[in-house]
Design a protein around this ligand. Structure first.
Ligand SMILES: [Zn+2]
Length: 143
């Protein structure tokens, strides 16, 4: 009863059959993929934002030069800062949304509701979940 086995991904994905053993292996792979993605998103986020301590899951864009001493910064520099900040905001938002989606998917795997369409309740084909691990809707409902 080995609980963790790190077999190469391609071996299990190549042989497509829908017995539950293979499905749970794929789910493990998806979970691993999601966790990797989570780390990647978080790394990106940490470059431009700081976690909001008051609101879990919320991030706040960092001012590029820090915003504590606005009195001493030159006007030009302040203008640069605001410009840079305004380009970071949408990026930060985007990453935050992605991170939330990945987190939701990880939580669903833990709860055992992963892979079910949130709208119609049908099972989403595993192939789709492998391509879009954070998918919440089946193809029909997505459109
Ligand atoms: Zn659906």
């Amino acid at each position: 009863m080995a609980t963790s086995h790190a077999g190469p991904f391609y071996l299990t994905t190549k042989m497509k059959k829908t017995n539950s053993k293979e499905e749970s292996e794929s789910l493990e792979q998806i979970a691993a993929k999601l966790k990797k993605e989570r780390i990647a998103i978080e790394t990106e986020l940490l470059k431009i934002a700081v976690p909001n301590k008051n609101v879990p899951g919320d991030w706040q864009s960092k001012f590029p030069y820090g915003n504590s001493d606005s009195g001493t910064a030159s006007l030009e520099r302040q203008a640069d800062e605001v410009e840079e900040y305004s380009t970071r905001l949408p990026l930060e938002r985007n990453l935050e949304i992605k991170l939330a989606a990945v987190d939701a998917a990880i939580a669903k795997i833990a709860k055992g509701t992963y892979g079910k369409c949130e709208k119609c309740g049908k099972n989403i084909p595993l192939e789709r979940m492998e391509i879009f691990p954070e998918a919440r809707l089946c193809v029909d409902c997505q459109e």
